[in-house]
Design a protein around this ligand. Structure first.
Ligand code: ATP
Ligand code: MG
Length: 558
């Protein structure tokens, strides 16, 4: 706090509010945030922004941050989502205050308050259909119509609400509505529904309840119950704020949360609504919530993103008051930057073609020492075997290369990284015209690290044929071809799915040091990008995901 003083310009607007409150000793100098997910899907990169904001502020200002599940929707909620959400938050490096909390822990309290509202003449049981209720709500510019049940006697309301609770009423036939204002220009104030009848098992309260509170009733009250000082939410909740205030006006006698709205994160070339993500999963258009093309945290983790890179990204996008769209390349930039520092370099040939060094002894093997990471001197070196037959990348050879192609071609020289300069003398092709073998000579005096440091322009990665291990490599591209797939009124977002978002290479050749790589291990395959071992790997069958190429390949296309 002290450090930030005199430095107000660099504070985002939420921090500025928090610092002001702390300075004025509001809340006795202790501040309390919460992250309130609904356990109806996996967390995505947008949630990460909210997590980093809430938990980050609690860390920065020595406050607390609750994890509270707003579990008011039993038919859509599952324990598996609760577990994945906890895992993702901890993976990002945050820890909630005490234990995870649930809006369902407050169902008794919420019910008592509802009864109190009825007794105060502020709530009533409505027996109309959903359609009739929405019809009567009308449009913002004209007053709505009051329900014929609006002035039902209190005793009758109490009795019906009790029967709703006891399971005597059929689903969808009765609701409890708050008696607020049918003329308000804010539609949320036109007698919103507080409770509906639902004979559904809840993932925590099981069959205890036959009625469930609506999100808008439960959410604000739960913040109040928990003593949250600053309720941060995304902009779409600004218009709900008067209703949250109204509910609190009816019951609160202690300090109330202050709601602050910020712009949600929108990321280009993806969708971020849980409903749409669930649709992709259910229709089998992706392999699951953690398909590495998804914007979920579990998918990004599987793809090779690090928590550091996601926190860094959240920091970079900042906290805005107005909606905007962040280009996905910024996310890729963040992970590239972090992996550049921490990922060991290795040789992996994705599309191999054989090179034979005709002047290299047939049974000779040299063990070369090659540095693991030039960015990290502590990381040391590894041993890489070199022999007469090697794989190089097919794209690194051209039969008739243009002048500026600084790789291999007839009579051209390149350096094999960490080894020798070689010169192409000849090559073979099969009947289809594909190059099958390239014959080269090596210049013995040019060994890397030796005295003769003759220079050539191109340096290639390579893998010794007899030592190579096979691997499957999965290359990913954007899941959607459109920048804003859900932004088209008349076209379904699925129409924009990129048919080439996944490419599987089966016969990649890797250097033998990768033999014992385990799921989650991350590497830079030199010149090819950053790669992460996928949990689909089995003994003898490694599977790698490409996290990102080394450079932004889309930037070039534009
Ligand atoms: P739903 O459509 O199911 O309501 P949701 O995205 O609102 O989905 P929640 O589980 O309610 O999901 O979100 C938990 C918290 O994360 C909320 O405070 C919400 O405002 C915030 N959040 C959700 N999406 C984003 C986003 N794209 N950027 C920033 N915060 C987000
Ligand atoms: Mg929500």
């Amino acid at each position: 706090m002290e450090a930030a003083e005199g430095n107000n310009k660099s504070l985002n607007f939420v921090e500025a509010i928090v610092e002001e409150d702390l300075k004025n000793k509001k809340h006795q100098g202790k501040i309390h945030f919460r992250f309130p997910p609904e356990p109806n899907g996996f967390l995505h990169i947008g949630h990460a922004k909210s997590i980093c904001l809430n938990f980050g502020l609690a860390e920065k200002y020595d406050g607390y941050c609750n994890l509270r599940f707003d579990d008011t929707n039993p038919t859509k909620e599952e324990t598996k989502y609760v577990e994945s959400i906890k895992k993702d938050i901890q993976w990002l490096g945050f820890q909630w205050y005490e234990k995870p909390l649930y809006a369902s822990d407050y169902f008794d309290q919420l019910y008592e308050w509802a009864v109190q509202l009825i007794k105060d003449g502020k709530a009533y049981v409505d027996e109309q259909s959903q359609e009739a209720i929405s019809q009567q709500r009308g449009i913002p510019t004209r007053p709505g119509t009051e329900s014929p049940f609006r002035n039902r006697p209190i005793e009758e309301n109490l009795e019906l609400f009790e029967r709703m609770k006891n399971g005597e009423i059929k689903d969808g036939t009765m609701v409890l509505r708050a008696k607020v204002d049918m003329n308000s220009p804010n539609m949320h104030m036109r007698d919103p529904i507080m409770y509906r009848v639902l004979h559904a098992d809840h993932h925590r309260t099981k069959d205890k309840w036959n009625i469930y509170p609506m999100y808008d009733y439960a959410h604000g009250q739960s913040d109040y119950i928990e003593g949250i000082t600053h309720s941060l939410c995304t902009l779409e909740f600004e218009i709900h704020r008067p209703l949250y205030d109204w509910f609190l006006d009816q019951v609160a006698d202690g300090p109330r949360p202050r709601q602050i709205e910020f712009a949600r994160l929108n990321l280009s070339y993806t969708v971020m609504s849980k409903r749409r993500l669930l649709e992709l999963v259910n229709k089998g258009l992706v392999s699951g919530w953690d398909d590495p093309r998804m914007p979920t945290l579990s998918a990004l983790r599987r793809r090779g993103y690090t928590p550091e890179s996601i926190r860094d990204f959240s920091e970079r996008v900042g906290i805005a008051k107005r909606d905007n769209m962040i280009d996905v390349s910024l996310l890729e930039f963040s992970v590239r930057e972090h992996l550049n520092k921490v990922a060991p370099r290795v040789f992996g040939v994705l599309d191999p073609v054989k090179v034979i060094l005709t002047n290299y002894p047939e049974d000779k093997v040299e063990i070369l020492e090659i540095e693991n990471n030039p960015e990290d001197p502590e990381s040391g070196a590894r041993k890489v075997p070199f022999s007469r037959e090697l794989y190089i990348e097919r794209k690194d050879f051209m039969e008739d290369p243009p002048k500026k192609f600084f790789r291999l071609g007839p009579d051209r020289e390149v350096r094999l990284k960490g080894a020798y300069i070689i010169k192409c003398e000849d090559y073979n092709k099969d009947e289809q015209g594909n190059v099958t073998e390239i014959y080269c000579t090596y210049d013995e005096g040019t060994k890397s690290g030796g005295h003769n440091q003759r220079k050539v322009k191109g340096t290639l990665h390579w893998v010794s044929v007899q030592h190579a291990i096979n691997a499957e490599v999965r290359l990913y591209d954007r899941l959607f071809l459109d920048e804003d797939p859900s932004g088209h009124k008349d076209v379904d977002f699925k129409e924009f799915l990129n048919p080439d978002s996944l490419k599987i290479l089966q016969d990649c050749k890797l250097e033998p040091s990768l033999q014992n790589a385990e799921a989650g291990d991350k590497f830079q395959f030199q010149r090819m990008g950053y790669f992460c071992v996928d949990p689909d790997s089995e003994k003898g069958h490694l599977v790698f995901n490409r996290t990102v190429p080394l450079r932004d390949s889309w930037a070039k296309k534009i």
